[in-house]
Design a protein around this ligand. Structure first.
Ligand code: FAD
Length: 471
């Protein structure tokens, strides 16, 4: 049957049944249409707020399929969403009425331990990368939730437990294979297509479809000192300034985040604290165990924790420690600020908001950066925000659609209250889809150079379902 497909200008175009049949013939992967089994699973993304119905989902099996899909979408002028891990809060990995190019079957990770390199396909998840590399005691710096996609995370920058020591994910990127809007598969690295290589390191999905990434690997673990220190929220006013002083003196190996929320009903939390507001210090030291114990000691000596779970443990396990709180299927809305400093005043704004949580699953993460991230010049890659020391992520999460307005209003109010304490920039990967006014700020001083490269590789703005760089 012929079908109507939405174009990227918002009109519709007719695609004939014979064209879909021809596409199926050339693909190694599959074309999933609305009446096909698996369509609803294939259009679902991490954030359950997103409920979009694409006309067609092309489930690629390799780079050749990606070329076919890009050519197909371009020749029909169809709206094109690109899906890696499907984790982005905006839901840009899926679109209404257009074509989704789904890379989730492309998850291979090939590690060369001697050369200390890994080639990772564009649909791999962080857990794929962690497990394959840690088998050799090696690692790529990635994020803190192992079900996140490597592609979206890396193209936006990518930071987590090891970034202060090893830099952002993009700082370990050696090359990327990418299909640009003209359907060409290009290798971008320091020597070839160097402009494109610069742009994909922080410029998001604006420049094409990354079929694979080559990362430099670092020695790490496999055991590290890591864990949680859970404190009553009432202790936060005293703890936050002490935390601030301790992280200022922390070695690069130590990364120490704060999480403020209601304690989950987890077996490691005493029952009397379940659903009570807590401040969690989450830390990871990516060096030798003895050094890790030493670096963690002053944090463990703070206050009187309800529970102290800091201990040597497998790094690959710690990388998934937050997964149970960050499962797909909940409704989510995020607001995020960059901070150059985490002041007492900013801390008290957050603590005040935590006393008025609109749902048990809402939380505020304070991510800890600096170290090696800040030693790379801000124009060396497209990621410009190298001077940010902390990222506050207002992570609003709930189950019932009836709670939408209360939860979103809470997030926006906290975001507004924090604005005077923030630097004004934002991490491109943490922006919700209603923040189009912050896109230029997210790319910062690198925006104009990105716009020139965008014009060179994607003059029609075919890749626009992202934090879009328009000229
Ligand atoms: C629970 C949770 C925890 C997170 N923690 C961290 C963290 O610790 N550190 C951090 O840095 N970030 C973190 N993030 C943010 C994360 O980096 C972004 O959501 C990222 O976009 C996810 O990538 P993805 O491939 O899963 O997303 P998708 O939703 O699949 O893709 C997001 C966008 O990336 C582009 N894209 C995806 N795949 C490709 C590809 N192969 N080629 C070209 N473009 C592509 C597309 O524009 C797409 O719209 C977290 C997100 C969540 C939901």
């Amino acid at each position: 049957m012929d079908m109507q497909v939405r174009t990227y200008s918002g009109t519709t175009t007719q695609v004939e049944e014979t064209e879909i049949a021809a596409l199926r013939t050339v693909l190694r992967g599959t074309v999933c249409l609305p009446d096909d089994a698996g369509y609803d699973a294939a259009r679902s993304v991490w954030n359950a707020m997103i409920d979009r119905r694409p006309a067609m989902i092309i489930q690629a099996a390799g780079a050749a399929d990606v070329i076919q899909a890009v050519n197909f979408a371009r020749d029909h002028g169809s709206a094109l969403a690109v899906r890696g891990g499907g984790h982005n809060i905006t839901g840009n990995a899926v679109c209404d009425g257009g074509v989704v190019l789904d890379l989730s079957r492309m998850r291979s990770v090939h590690v060369d331990p001697a050369a200390r390199r890994a080639r990772v396909e564009g649909g791999a998840l962080l857990s794929d990368v962690d497990k394959e590399t840690q088998a050799f005691g090696l690692a790529v710096p990635v994020g803190i939730n192992s079900t996140t996609g490597i592609a979206g995370l890396t193209l936006g920058g990518g930071f987590g437990w090891t970034s202060r020591k090893l830099g952002l994910s993009i700082d370990s990127l050696e090359s990327v294979d990418i299909v640009t809007a003209d359907g060409q598969l290009r290798r971008a690295d320091a020597a070839q297509n160097a402009d494109l290589f610069w742009a994909v390191r922080g410029g998001g999905g604006n420049f094409g479809v990354a079929t694979s990434f080559e990362f430099k690997l670092h020695e790490l673990g496999p055991q590290v000192v890591a864990g949680l220190l859970v404190h009553p929220l009432d202790a936060a006013a005293a703890l936050i300034p002490q935390y601030r002083s301790l992280v200022a003196a922390a070695p690069d190996e130590l990364t120490c985040w704060l999480v403020l929320r209601k304690a989950p009903a987890a077996p490691f939390i005493p029952v009397e604290w379940h659903d009570k507001e807590v401040l969690v210090i989450a830390l990871c030291h990516c060096g030798p165990i003895a050094k890790g114990q030493e670096a963690a000691a002053p944090f463990r000596a703070l206050g009187k924790p309800i529970v102290d779970l800091v201990q040597p443990q497998p790094f690959v396990g710690w990388e998934s420690a937050f997964d149970p709180l960050l499962t797909p299927g909940a409704r989510n809305y995020w607001k995020s600020h960059d901070l150059k400093d985490f002041t007492e005043a900013a801390g008290s704004v957050i603590v005040d908001a935590i006393r008025r949580l609109p749902s048990n699953e809402c939380e505020v993460f304070v991510g800890h950066l600096g170290g090696q991230v800040s030693r790379v010049p801000s124009d060396a890659t497209a990621f410009s925000r190298r001077d940010v020391e902390f990222i506050v992520n207002v992570h609003t999460r709930w189950r019932e659609p009836g709670q939408d307005s209360a939860c979103i209003a809470w997030a926006r109010a906290l975001f507004d209250a924090l604005t005077p304490h923030a630097s004004g920039s934002v991490y491109v990967n943490f922006m919700p889809d209603d923040e189009t006014d912050r896109v230029r700020g997210a790319y910062g001083a690198n925006y104009d150079r990105l716009a020139v490269i965008k014009q060179r590789y994607d003059p029609q703005n075919m890749f626009r379902l992202n934090q879009n760089i328009a000229s």
